[in-house]
Design a protein around this ligand. Structure first.
Ligand code: ZN
Length: 197
């Protein structure tokens, strides 16, 4: 066995330091969106892991009930300029989808997400507004879909589109038949606070 000499430190991995954040009770996340699009996925949370729902014939739909939808964008914190992937509930993501439909991109917009109240499962609300910033100064947009695939330890999606078109009106149909997808199993949302791949 011979050593694998390498006289320069390795380049940082693509997602070094990037974390998934969620809005904790009574707190908020405020930042500039780096993602052009909203990335959304149905997932199951089972055995302390998030697992993407496979749709028709999904084993976890049988075992643990209906999947939950979350939206994801890369956000540069206003407070300290760090970049994170923000996870939003279906309800909180609606303003992002609306903004995307109107403006064509989320990149450069200011996002404020708040979990009102002190309960861990209190609803998250989000606002999106144009920000007066120089887009050229913004960091490159991380590949959020790829980040999540690594985080969830799943194979890369066969969908070739790195930048999917805006999700369109479907995003508004995510609320359940009661019109309140948010209220179903709200506590499930709060088992996992922060992850890094
Ligand atoms: Zn499923």
């Amino acid at each position: 066995m011979s050593p694998n000499w390498s006289d320069r430190p390795p380049a940082p991995t693509e997602f070094a330091g990037l974390r998934l954040i969620r809005v904790a009770a009574g707190s908020r996340a405020a930042g500039i969106c780096l993602s052009q699009n909203l990335i959304g996925c149905y997932t199951h949370y089972t055995r302390r892991r998030t697992i993407p729902c496979e749709g028709a014939g999904c084993q976890f739909c049988e075992d643990s009930g209906p999947p939950r939808w979350h939206g994801y964008v890369a956000l540069q914190s206003l407070a300290n300029k760090t970049v994170a992937v923000l996870e939003l509930t279906a309800l909180a993501a609606v303003p992002l989808a609306d903004y995307l439909d109107r403006q064509g991109t989320l990149r450069g917009a200011r996002i404020d997400a708040t979990r009102t109240g002190s309960r861990a499962n209190a609803p998250v609300t989000a606002t999106v507004q144009p920000a007066d910033i120089d887009l050229r100064q913004l960091p490159r947009e991380p590949n959020v879909r790829r980040f999540l695939e690594i985080l969830w330890d799943v194979k890369p999606s066969t969908q070739a589109r790195e930048l999917a078109p805006p999700p369109g009106p479907n995003i508004r149909n995510i609320t359940g038949p009661n019109g309140a997808g948010q209220s179903r199993q709200p506590a499930q949302d709060d088992h996992h606070e922060e992850h890094a791949p």
